[in-house]
Design a binder for this molecule. Structure first.
Ligand SMILES: Cc1ncc(COP(=O)(O)O)c(C=O)c1O
Length: 391
């Protein structure tokens, strides 16, 4: 062992950066690569938010200072109103709302707060790759709940109860899902809520994508709107995607009061507070009409049509199921290959097209790839021209 390996924790040493970022880094080193790896929207933070922040910087003498650990009271009040609008549920800004630096940091705070070594968190399979990493980093155990691929990746409720043990702490849900784009049905979600409540486990809703549901808005259901679940559910909302603010690092959690009191200890010791300038941006975002979201949806909707059409043209390479929301497709690899990682690396080397291997998203993701269609249409077309030429 080298000195460095020796001093690094086993959890970190055995972990790796997510395949999403890994492929993004590999493709950044290849000149002219067309990258569909990272869910980083091509949009710029809307003008009204940038303008509002400039004004705060000029006029607010406190703009450069720490905030309270749970965030600016004014922002937390805006979150209370937003949550009421989204879910119909009343929450309290002091008791239930915590401002964080992105959903990744919210999740990190939660897992740090909840996990003792060996504790289990149920993840859908496939799931967002970073959930797996975060749980492992805190010596927890991800427990995979296979989705039903034959039913366009819906939840298989019959499998859930058997996965719950006395070590289970929580179930994490993302709808619309990353990487499959599936919107879980209201009935299924309500069943998950009932099961979680009856076993006294927490539901964590990680929500970066609920604004991207296109023609499926009637299918979307926010489980945080079930008032019986108020003490069993944490709702995490990210500003990264809907407000094109991924670099600002801003999110909020709506959570049971007792859990907030515990999580604040972790947040205080690790972050102190989310960056104040980003919290001010969040105040602008939540206090003005967010008309830009409709424009983002229209653009993403047409990119979804484009990528699905391009995938349908190459059935010998990929078999695709049309996603309902978010901005990912998760086709099965039909071309000859060994595993999704080798396929993705080979594709990058041979065609200069970067995709994320499906195995990064859990065992059921093997033999698939994830493509993010939040990039501009030229990049999508360039990537598919190259794939079509190669196969
Ligand atoms: C499911 C999911 N959770 C969390 C994140 C990260 O969100 P944030 O930028 O708020 O940390 C992403 C980003 O792609 C995601 O897809």
């Amino acid at each position: 062992m080298t000195f460095i390996t020796d001093i690094v924790s086993t959890n970190v040493h055995q972990s790796s950066i997510s395949a999403i970022k890994d492929m993004a880094m590999l493709s950044a080193r290849i000149e002219g690569a067309a990258s569909l790896t990272w869910g980083l929207p091509s949009f710029r933070t809307p003008e009204y938010i940038r303008r509002g922040v400039k004004q705060y910087l000029d006029e607010d003498l406190d703009a450069g200072k720490y905030t309270l650990t749970d965030g600016l009271p004014e922002l937390r009040e805006l979150v209370v109103a937003e949550h009421k609008k989204k879910t119909g549920i009343d929450v309290d800004a002091d008791e239930n709302v915590m401002i964080c630096a992105g959903n990744m940091q919210s999740l990190n705070t939660l897992f740090h707060t909840m996990l003792d070594p060996g504790d289990e968190i149920i993840l859908t399979d496939p799931c967002f790759a970073s959930h797996i990493q975060q749980i492992n980093l805190f010596s927890g155990k991800p427990v995979y709940w296979p989705l039903d691929e034959n039913n366009n990746w819906s939840l298989d409720i019959d499998l859930l109860a058997d996965l719950i043990t006395d070590k289970t702490q929580a179930i994490v849900l993302v709808s619309p899902s990353n990487p499959t784009g599936k919107i879980f049905s209201k009935d299924e979600l309500i069943r998950v809520g009932e099961i979680a409540r009856s076993h006294n486990i927490l539901i964590i809703i990680d929500d970066p994508y609920s604004d991207f549901v296109y023609d499926n808005s009637d299918k979307y259901f926010n489980l945080a709107s079930v008032k019986e679940l108020k003490d069993h559910l944490v709702y995490l909302y990210s500003f990264s995607k809907s407000y094109a603010m991924s670099g600002w690092r801003l999110s909020y959690m709506v959570m049971p009061a007792e859990l907030k009191r515990e999580a604040l200890k972790v947040h205080d010791a690790t972050m102190i507070c989310a960056p104040r300038i980003s919290q001010l941006a969040g105040m602008v975002a939540l206090s003005q009409p967010s008309d830009h979201i409709q424009a983002f949806q229209t653009i993403l909707h047409s990119r979804r049509e484009l990528i699905c059409q391009r995938l349908d043209n190459i059935p010998h390479v990929f078999a695709n199921q049309k996603p309902e929301g978010a901005y990912y497709v998760f086709p099965e690899i039909m071309a000859s290959h060994t595993n999704s990682k080798e396929f993705a690396i080979d594709l990058l080397n041979k065609t200069r097209v970067a995709v994320t291997p499906g195995s990064a998203f859990g065992p059921s993701g093997e033999h698939h790839v994830r493509m993010a269609y939040c990039v501009d249409e030229d990049t999508i077309n360039l990537a598919f021209d190259r794939i079509e030429n190669y196969f």
